[in-house]
Design a binder for this molecule. Structure first.
Ligand code: SF4
Length: 380
């Protein structure tokens, strides 16, 4: 794909690939196994890409997520990106990420992906322990995860992210530390560590109930969180968001930061969300409905909401306190018309006293202990 260059773009583009060969035990996202629909899906996606050309003009991040994007051939991914490039300008320093499952990839796959303009890989490793992978219902082994990382490097990818899961039954703090050390040994530019959570739609939920297993209690959760932060910071990573670590500033996920900062983004595909001019809209979740709508020449939008300044303000508070950088108080005031320090003085003073947040250089930011309870901090 030949990329048209443009430097003023700020918006991000998310492209959803809703296919998975099997269901991971912890997953309650909607996805389907019918991969024979992929060609039809791509044709529909290309129509949706074209539709928004009067609303967005350019992007400086593209994120192909899922589902399992690596079920697509490189030609299919190239076809999607070429269509994006036909209707929009893509910043020449664009971050173009694709999520991949270690079970799908090879050196050749990565080599051709690079030629398509993909600059960043996010590999769904989750664990380097086969027993844990089995319990999580992943369809790849630890050996395949390592082979995928090595193949990505051999293909020349220099911006690599690894996803890991902790808080799994049978994974002690010691084995979690080993997992982190193993991950660090590959020097990925980015590591995301997610604490296992299960809702009753996740297949593993039943197993936990029937075996009498429990998710970690509050104390263990905190220990796991702090161990993760310490291990990765000692290895030279910045803990820049509750679940995210980057080796350098330039390796923070630029795409995800748009979600946290109310920067416009366009989401394409079933259930994808978009945000522009204080409006958020989202697509219908079922693939069949999505395909039918597009075949009828209609947009597959499920609903839209206009966010009030108060809603935006609360979201900015919630998302900002999940990040190490925290909230730029002057920007916050200029954007949402609220002097946060004056408005929430009593509670902010109490949080500072309890060492959960701190004020530094005009920023209100969470301490490490504050990040561990970031979701409740935002309830101020
Ligand atoms: S976790 Fe990811 S790969 Fe697994 S079923 Fe869910 S969407 Fe698919």
């Amino acid at each position: 794909m030949k990329i048209n260059y443009d430097i003023e773009s700020q918006a991000g583009l998310y492209i959803h690939i809703p296919f998975c060969l099997s269901k991971c035990g912890y997953c309650s996202f909607y996805s389907i196994k019918s991969i024979h629909l992929i060609p039809e899906y791509i044709a529909a996606l290309k129509k949706e890409i074209k539709y928004y050309r009067n609303f967005f003009s350019s992007f400086d991040t593209i994120y192909i997520g899922g589902g399992t994007p690596s079920l697509l051939s490189v030609q299919q991914i190239d076809d999607i990106l070429t269509t994006v490039n036909k209707y929009y300008k893509i910043n020449r320093r664009a971050e173009i990420t694709i999520e991949v499952n270690p079970g799908d990839v090879s050196l050749e796959y990565f080599q051709t992906l690079r030629k398509s303009g993909i600059s960043r890989l996010n590999i769904g490793v989750q664990s380097f322990d086969d027993k844990i992978l089995q319990l999580l219902g992943r369809r790849h082994s630890a050996k395949e995860a390592i082979a995928a990382i090595e193949a990505a490097r051999a293909a020349g990818f220099d911006n690599l992210g690894i996803d890991l899961i902790y808080g799994v039954h049978g994974l002690s703090i010691k084995s979690w530390k080993n997992t982190l050390q193993k991950a660090v040994s590959f020097k990925p530019e980015h590591i995301s560590c997610y604490q296992l959570s299960l809702d009753d739609r996740a297949p593993l939920y039943k197993k936990y109930s029937s075996e009498g297993w429990h998710l970690p209690d509050e104390n263990t959760e905190l220990k796991l969180f702090l161990t993760t932060a310490e291990e990765l910071e000692n290895a030279g990573y910045m803990h820049y968001e509750v679940s995210n670590f980057a080796r350098l500033d330039k390796f923070k996920s630029r795409h995800n930061q748009k979600y946290w900062q109310h920067i416009p983004y366009l989401g394409l595909g079933p259930a994808a969300h978009s945000f522009l001019n204080n409006k958020r809209w989202w697509n219908k979740a079922a693939v069949k409905t999505y395909l039918n709508k597009i075949a009828q020449g209609k947009m597959p939008v499920e609903d839209m909401e206009t966010l009030s300044t108060e809603q935006l303000q609360l979201e900015a508070l919630f998302l900002g306190l999940r990040t190490k950088a925290g909230i730029d108080l002057n920007c916050y005031k200029a954007k949402y018309g609220v002097d946060l320090l004056a408005d929430k003085k009593t509670i902010i003073d109490a949080l500072i006293k309890n060492k959960l947040v701190e004020l530094k250089n005009g920023f209100l930011r969470p301490t490490r202990a504050g990040m561990a309870v970031a979701d409740s901090l935002a309830l101020i």
